[in-house]
Design a protein around this ligand. Structure first.
Ligand code: 5GP
Length: 214
């Protein structure tokens, strides 16, 4: 198990393709600058408009495998024929500085994070229904009917694993800002969990002892 004396909170956000989680994350970051969104490494090619070091670190497969070998990744997964992984050193550094860190990753990675950092908060973002998910994928207009069918089947399988998450956030259509605020509320509340406040508990226990002695 990892050292869990960190001050920042590690949050994992996952969601179906078409859940709108990307928009929710953008809304969160623009409203609350305190969060640090981890930049993953991937072997997939950049899409138009994506920049190396901003959306992802785009690296070759050999380099990715080196990172795995040298234990530089907090977690990684193979997703649609490409590797995706979270570089560990940055995350560790930010957490130790007291920053709340967010990883936007898929389910296999989320499970690995929970194993390594049991105190991490796992949040799943979903549209209100399968019909709504289908509507969003169709409206996006970027995928063929066959790809959309594949995404919906994948979503039906992934839905079973939603129970492994600590929180479920329903992202209503047009409600990304509202969803971002609920996400913010969850992370802020997590700061008050008793297991994250041992120092306060210890300080109070000592004071009580003194009172008894005097
Ligand atoms: P995309 O290729 O559309 O950018 O991402 C595909 C999937 O990979 C998304 O579900 C995204 O959340 C996930 N992903 C992005 N970075 C990471 C990562 O570092 N680790 C894991 N496990 N999944 C990631």
């Amino acid at each position: 198990m990892e050292d869990n004396r960190q001050k920042g909170i590690l949050t994992v956000v996952s969601g179906f393709s078409g859940s709108g989680k990307g928009t929710v994350m953008k809304s969160l970051i623009s409203r609350h600058e305190e969060y640090w969104l981890s930049v993953s490494a991937t072997t997939r090619s950049p899409r138009p408009g994506e920049q190396d070091g901003r959306e992802y670190f785009f690296i070759a497969k050999e380099k990715f495998e080196e990172l795995i070998e040298s234990d530089q990744l907090l977690e990684y997964a193979k997703y649609v024929d490409n590797y995706y992984g979270t570089p560990l050193p940055y995350v560790r550094e930010k957490l130790l500085q007291g920053r709340d860190v967010i990883l936007e990753i898929e389910m296999q990675g989320a499970r690995q994070v929970k194993e390594r950092f049991p105190e991490a908060v796992l949040i799943f973002i979903t549209p209100p229904s399968m019909e709504e998910l289908e509507r969003r994928l169709v409206n996006r207009g970027t995928e063929s009917a066959e790809v959309i069918r594949g995404r919906l089947l994948q979503a039906a399988v992934e839905a079973r694993a939603m129970e492994e998450y600590d929180y479920i956030l329903v992202n209503e259509t047009g409600g990304a800002d509202d969803c971002a605020e609920r996400l913010h509320g969850i992370i802020q509340s997590e700061h008050f969990r008793s297991f994250r406040n041992h120092s306060v508990i210890r300080a109070m226990s000592k004071d009580t002892m003194k009172g008894e002695i005097i």
